[in-house]
Design a protein around this ligand. Structure first.
Ligand SMILES: Nc1nc2c(ncn2[C@@H]2O[C@H](COP(=O)(O)OP(=O)(O)OP(=O)(O)O)[C@@H](O)[C@H]2O)c(=O)[nH]1
Ligand SMILES: [Mg+2]
Length: 329
């Protein structure tokens, strides 16, 4: 046991031991991970907690799937490189936009309350698939179950209607409504801290129907009002304007990187990226490739962000999107 474990950490560990449900165990492990001092001496414990978390989350998903999802229609199993939930008032074009982004036909109609339940679709982005979730409209207060769905997601799209002056109130109500449910939607979220009652999620404020009269003027005002809190973009789902920029921004807001494995003496497997959190190290990558690798790893060579191709780097080298890594055991 390394030194410097705080009483709070030991309490979390105790809670983990006593936990009887999967949810309680996950909560305790997340607290342990947050409270664990991060240095060389705790690397193994960190890896161990992460491994147990991953396993429990998988079990939690399987349990939920078995219940048929009937218990919570807002529980959408995560697929692909990340999950992005759309939210917005009735008739603003949520379904039209997610259809345009994904190529999947969702029900679109010129009257409100068309979408009745959350509906996931996959959006191809370069060599990744990103999951987008279309949702029923928000009216008035945001339901706790709806907020829970946004909290579980990796990012959110707040969609407003630039064809009407109501877009300003829509943005206010949605952002405030989520904050009331203790989810702050921002450009740069801080890492989850289980001791903080408010979580932050990466989000994008999307003004749709840019093709409508005066939409551009409204977009400028919207940007002025919210641009400091989160990125604001304008699109037209109907005329397919701004979609490529939005896709790139969605990828950026997922805050992930793609890293490719290169077995020594062989070419890299470029068609199969490992998806890691931004800021991930060679050690994190090794963990993804094989659970035994972090212990056996001696050094790695990196192509891409390294100073020269194939540069030998240490375990704590921070990887960048597109890096190719050769692990030496
Ligand atoms: N002019 C214009 N109309 C759009 C655009 N996107 C969607 N619409 C229209 O807006 C209406 C509502 O679109 P939906 O995609 O059904 O809206 P929604 O937000 O999913 O609506 P609910 O499911 O009821 O919440 C439809 O008539 C669409 O054709 C756009 O970019 N420009
Ligand atoms: Mg809809």
């Amino acid at each position: 046991m390394p030194a410097n474990l705080t009483p709070e950490y030991l309490q979390a560990e105790e809670d983990f031991r006593k936990a009887t449900t999967i949810e309680e165990k996950i909560e305790a492990l997340q607290r342990m991970l947050a409270l664990l001092p991060k240095h060389k001496g705790t690397e193994r414990i960190q890896a161990d907690i992460k491994r147990r978390l991953a396993k429990l989350k998988e079990m939690e998903q399987q349990q939920r799937a078995k219940r048929g999802g009937s218990a919570d229609p807002f529980y959408i199993p995560r697929h692909g490189a990340g999950q992005v939930v759309a939210l917005g008032f009735p008739n603003v074009g949520k379904s039209a936009l997610l259809s345009a982004l994904s190529g999947v036909a969702l029900e679109v109609a010129d009257y409100p309350y068309t979408t009745q339940r959350p509906q996931p679709v996959m959006m191809p982005y370069e060599n990744l698939q990103i999951q987008l979730v279309d949702t029923p409209p928000v009216v008035g207060e945001i339901e706790p179950a709806f907020a829970g769905m946004v909290r579980r997601a990796d990012a959110a799209l707040v969609i407003v209607d630039l064809s009407t002056d109501e877009c300003f109130e829509q943005a206010e109500v949605l952002l405030k409504g989520m904050a009331t449910r203790r989810v702050r939607l921002v450009r740069d979220p801080v890492d989850d801290d289980p001791t903080n009652p408010i979580v932050e999620r990466a989000a994008i404020l999307v003004g749709n129907k840019l093709d409508a009269p005066e939409a551009e003027d409204r977009f400028v005002l919207l940007q002025g009002a919210h641009g400091s809190q989160l990125p604001v973009v304008a699109v037209s789902a109907l005329e397919r304007v701004g979609l490529d920029d939005l896709k790139r921004l969605i990828f950026q807001q997922l805050r992930i990187i793609r890293v490719y494995a290169k077995p020594p003496g062989k070419p890299p497997t470029l068609d199969r990226p490992f998806v890691l959190k931004r800021g991930a190290t060679v050690l994190d990558f090794a963990e993804e490739v094989h659970r035994d690798f972090p212990d056996k790893l001696r050094y790695a060579r990196v192509w891409g962000s390294a100073e020269f191709p194939g540069q030998p780097v240490s375990k704590d080298f921070i990887l960048q999107d597109g890096d190719i890594v050769e692990l030496h055991l």
